[in-house]
Design a protein around this ligand. Structure first.
Ligand code: ZN
Length: 129
C-alpha cells in the first residue's frame, strides 16, 4: 500500500506540477521527516501533505464513515488524525510548517501553489545547509 502511495495521487502530482512550473524546488516523500511529507520545500521549511479526506478524517462530506463496521472505521480514522497531529507537532519543533491540502479542496490548489511560490521567491536561499 505504501508503495502505491509513493507513486503519487492525482492531487500530489498536480501540486508538484504547479510548484515546478513556478520554479519552486522541492523534495518528495522525505523519509527523515515525521509523516514523510508528500512535498517538502527546504528553502521555506514547508512540508506539504496531500490528504485524502476519508483516511485523514477531514470531517467533510467525503469523510463520511461507512454504516457497517462504523466503530472500526471511527477508531481507525481517529487514530490516523491523532498521528497527523503528532507529526505536525514534531515538524513544528524542527521549525517546519505543515500545510495540508485536502482532496476535497482541489480547486484551491493552484491558488495555494501560487502563494507558496511567492513566498519561495521572496525568501533568499539558505547556504551551508
Ligand atoms: Zn474534505
Amino acid at each position: 500500500m505504501s508503495r502505491v502511495r509513493t507513486r503519487g495521487t492525482a492531487s500530489e502530482i498536480a501540486v508538484r506540477k504547479e510548484l515546478s512550473k513556478r520554479g519552486v524546488r522541492f523534495r518528495l516523500n522525505v523519509p527523515s521527516l515525521a509523516g514523510k511529507p508528500d512535498v517538502f520545500v527546504p528553502r521555506i521549511q514547508l512540508a506539504i501533505f496531500v490528504n485524502g479526506c476519508f483516511w485523514h478524517g477531514h470531517g467533510c462530506k467525503r469523510a463520511t464513515l461507512p454504516k457497517t463496521n462504523h466503530e472500526f472505521w471511527a477508531s481507525k480514522i481517529a487514530a490516523n488524525a491523532a498521528r497527523d497531529r503528532k507529526q505536525k507537532k514534531q515538524l513544528s519543533n524542527l521549525g517546519i510548517r505543515s500545510l495540508v491540502i485536502w482532496t476535497c479542496r482541489k480547486s484551491r490548489l493552484t491558488a495555494l501553489c501560487e502563494k507558496i511560490a511567492r513566498e519561495y521567491h521572496e525568501t533568499p536561499q539558505r547556504h551551508g545547509h
